[in-house]
Design a protein around this ligand. Structure first.
Ligand code: SF4
Ligand code: SF4
Length: 458
């Protein structure tokens, strides 16, 4: 608490307060959606108040405005209550979407040394999903759709688009078509040529394909089980897919670390040579892979990635080539969009604690990609008799992972943009699903705010 002009007040926990440049400071109220620029003098007073120090002479009109806009509050408990009320409302609102993710098989044609699913993909007893299981899943989908849920469909594996699994996949595609739904696929792209027919048929909305850097590095990291290089084949498949007209996109995820960062410009050149960058359906992004921490010495943070690699001269454009930055920038852009009364706020970090239903070949249901195949971590299972998904108690734990339920997040100015961080990382490194996992959220948000406001202020 601080005494300002003789009155008790507090700096709200939910205000982002950053220096942009000389004499320009930004204040963003993260739940009231207020944004203001203040000068150095006001910023000095605010810094004192934030630290709990008294301020004698703050211009009365400015003081009143700071109070009115919620940057300063006279009752810190009421401020928290207001935050909780909004967060609870958001938790109720966002439950209208269900994401069904088919795992048609745990098999994979690649042998990537860092894969977190190695045990599953190398299991000789793997069997693809049966038609009966697909049929039962679509019965669940039909029911949820009729109940007004917004349904999205995806595929994950192992490798979901194996040529060997075309029969079961075709059955999934036909059912999706009947339900008027398209599919997003996370694929390695190696067998994509066997699926061009379905691209032409308009079965897919997006492909996410991972490349591990320039040709040489990629081939060292992503090779087939019989030791063949994959870079040229994947790029040829992408080129052929993009030659097919239609409304779908291809997103390239580049797992980035110290070893491949220097090869990324070569990779961009390869995209240019193939003409990919001229196609609006194509885009690429970098991502550090800190969730697995399996290559710790090689790890580069997302902040370092953005600082070290310049795909584009424009700072903002460059930042948007990193998935974490681009995600946070788009959250801020919504807040800064004056036409919108409320930004795209959220109280949950990712699909894992929303309504992800990753259904594996035997009908076990998981909510996070990193947990598939770990039976004790399933959040449900498909009951074939009733064609219903029966939840395990773990489902509730995931669903309750809300910013308002985690102490650090419920006092954090970034809470409604961040959503509490990755649950799996929290479980692995902080021992509980119900702990926050900030990673670099705050640093990234600071840089994003700086870049956006600099553009507006200069
Ligand atoms: S919990 Fe973490 S690893 Fe799992 S889907 Fe969410 S962000 Fe990804
Ligand atoms: S995870 Fe960290 S940055 Fe995100 S809301 Fe929680 S405390 Fe804030």
């Amino acid at each position: 608490m601080a005494i300002v002009n003789g009155k008790e007040c507090y700096f709200s926990n939910y205000v982002i307060f950053e220096k942009v440049c000389n004499n320009v400071y930004v204040l963003i109220h993260s739940y009231l959606n207020n944004i203001d620029i203040v000068n150095e003098d006001v910023a000095k007073s605010l810094t004192k108040i934030k630290a709990g120090n008294n301020v004698d002479k703050l211009d009365e009109e400015t003081f009143n405005q700071l109070l009115q806009k919620g940057y300063l509050v006279d009752d810190i408990d009421k401020d928290r209550e207001r935050f909780f009320k909004i967060a609870d409302k958001l938790a109720q609102m966002k439950n209208k979407a269900s994401s069904f993710i088919f795992i048609p098989s745990y098999d994979c044609n690649f042998s990537c040394p860092y894969c977190f699913e190695q045990e599953l993909t190398r299991n000789k007893d793997n069997k693809p999903m049966s038609k009966e299981t697909v049929y039962a899943i679509f019965k669940v989908i039909k029911k949820e759709k009729a109940d007004g849920q917004y349904i999205s469909l995806s595929m994950f594996g192992g490798e979901p688009l194996l040529k060997e699994n075309i029969t079961i996949n075709e059955y999934i595609f036909n059912n999706a078509k009947k339900a008027k739904l398209k599919l997003d696929v996370i694929t390695n792209g190696n067998d994509l040529e066997h699926y061009f027919k379905y691209i032409k048929d308009g079965v897919f909305s997006q492909f996410q394909i991972t490349l591990d850097g320039g040709k040489e590095y990629h081939n060292k990291m992503k090779f087939t089980k019989d030791n063949k290089n994959t870079f040229d084949k994947i790029l040829d498949n992408i080129a052929s897919a993009l030659s097919i007209p239609g409304k779908f996109s291809i997103a390239i995820r580049i797992n980035t670390n110290k070893d491949n960062i220097d090869s990324l410009l070569t990779l961009k050149e390869a995209f240019e040579t193939h003409g990919f960058l001229k196609d609006k359906r194509f885009y690429f992004y970098t991502k550090n892979v800190d969730e697995c921490k399996c290559r710790k010495s090689k790890e580069l943070s997302d902040v370092d990635i953005v600082h070290k690699i310049r795909f584009f001269d424009d700072n903002m454009k460059n930042m948007k080539t990193n998935s974490q930055f681009s995600h946070i920038i788009s959250e801020f852009e919504e807040i800064f969009d004056t036409k919108k009364k409320i930004g795209r706020y959220k109280v949950k970090y990712c699909g894992a604690n929303r309504n992800n239903q990753l259904i594996d070949p035997i009908g076990d249901v998981y909510s996070c990609l990193e947990e598939v195949g770990k039976k004790d971590r399933r959040v449900g299972f498909l009951d074939m008799q009733s064609s219903k998904i029966v939840d395990t108690p773990l489902r509730k734990e995931w669903r309750n992972r809300l910013v308002q339920n985690m102490k650090e997040c419920s006092d954090c100015e970034y809470a409604l943009m961040c959503g509490g961080g990755c649950g799996i990382a929290a479980l692995k490194y902080r021992g509980s699903l119900n702990k926050s996992y900030c990673a670099e959220m705050k640093e990234i948000a600071k840089e994003a705010v700086y870049e956006i406001v600099k553009g507006l202020a200069v």
